[in-house]
Design a protein around this ligand. Sequence first.
Ligand code: NAG
Ligand code: NAG
Ligand code: NAG
Ligand code: NAG
Ligand code: ZN
Length: 291
Amino acid sequence: MEHSRVVTAALVLASVLCLFPVSHGWGEDGHFTICKIAQSRLSDTAAEAVKELLPESDGDLASVCSWADRVRFRYHWSAPLHYINTPDVCGYQYSRDCKDEDGKEGRCVAGAINNYTTQLLDYTGSSSRSDHNLTEALKFLSHFMGDIHQPLHVGFASDKGANTIDVHWYTRKQVLHHVWDANIIETAEERYYNEDVEGLIDAIQQNISSEWADEIKAWETCSKNQTTCPDIYASEGIKAACQWAYKDATEGTVLKDEYFESRLPIVKLRLAQAGVRLAATLNRIFGTSRN
Ligand SMILES: *[C@@H]1O[C@H](CO)[C@@H](O)[C@H](O)[C@H]1NC(C)=O
Ligand SMILES: *[C@@H]1O[C@H](CO)[C@@H](O)[C@H](O)[C@H]1NC(C)=O
Ligand SMILES: *[C@@H]1O[C@H](CO)[C@@H](O)[C@H](O)[C@H]1NC(C)=O
Ligand SMILES: *[C@@H]1O[C@H](CO)[C@@H](O)[C@H](O)[C@H]1NC(C)=O
Ligand SMILES: [Zn+2]
C-alpha cells in the first residue's frame, strides 16, 4: 500500500516533469558536440587526468557532459549555476550579475566555472587529497563551459533568459530559450546532417581547422595567466543574445527559415568556441607539471 502510493507519486512527479521540462543549457546534442570537440583537443596529460577522473566512461567527456542537468533536482543548490541573468541590459558585469535569486555572490555559471576550475587545480593524480569530489568537479566544468556559450544562458532577468517568451518554431509552440537549446541544432541535423549529431560535429571540426583557424588562439587565450576566463565568454554571450536571439523574436513570433538560416552560424560558432575553450582550460589545469 505504502509502496504503491510512493510509486504513484513518483509517476505523477515524472509526468509533471515531462509536461513542464525546465531547460538548462544546450540540449543533449549541443553538450555532446562541445565535449566531443574538447576531447579531440586534449593534451596527453589532460586526457590522462580525465581518464583517471572518469573511470566509468573510460575518460569519455561526451558521455558525462549532460550529467549536471540530470542532477539538478537531486542537487537543488546547483540550479542557479547553469546561467546568468542581467538586469535586462546587453552587457554583463560579474559583480553586478553573478549571483542567485537570494543575492548570493558567485552563484552563477561564471562563478561555477571559476569554482570547479579552482577545485580541479588540486588534482595531483590518483593519490589526490582534495576536499572536493574532483570527478563531479570535472563533470560540472564540462557542462557549464557549454552552458555559458549558449547565448540565452546569459539573458535578461525579466524573461528568465527567454524562458517566458512563447514563439512558434515553424508550426510548433516553443519557448525562445528552448529554440536556442535544441531546436536550431535539431533542425540543422534533420536538414543537413542526416539526423546525425556526428555529421554536425565533423562539419564544425572542419571549420575549426579552416574557416576559424586564425581565431583559435584568441579563443583559447585568457589574459593575466588566468586558467579560464568565463567573464569574457559571458560578455560575448549576452551580446549574441541581444544581436541574434532576442532580435525579431518577441512573444508570439513565428520563427522560420529566415531566423533559422541566419542564426545557425552563431550556434555553430558558440559550440566551436565552447569546445575549444573547454579543452584549453583542461589543458591548462592538468598540463602544468606540479609533481
Ligand atoms: C562550488 O562547488 C561546491 C562543490 O560542488 C558547491 O557546493 C558550491 O555550491 C559551488 N559554488 C559555486 C559558486 O559554484
Ligand atoms: C564522487 O561523485 C560521484 C558521483 O558523481 C560518486 O559516484 C563518487 O563515489 C564520489 N566520490 C567520492 C570519493 O565521494
Ligand atoms: C564552415 O564555413 C563555411 C564557409 O564560411 C560555411 O559555409 C559553413 O556553413 C561552415 N560550417 C560550419 C559547420 O560552421
Ligand atoms: C605568465 O606565466 C608565465 C609562466 O608561468 C610567466 O613566465 C609570465 O611572467 C606570466 N605573466 C604574467 C603577466 O603574470
Ligand atoms: Zn545546464
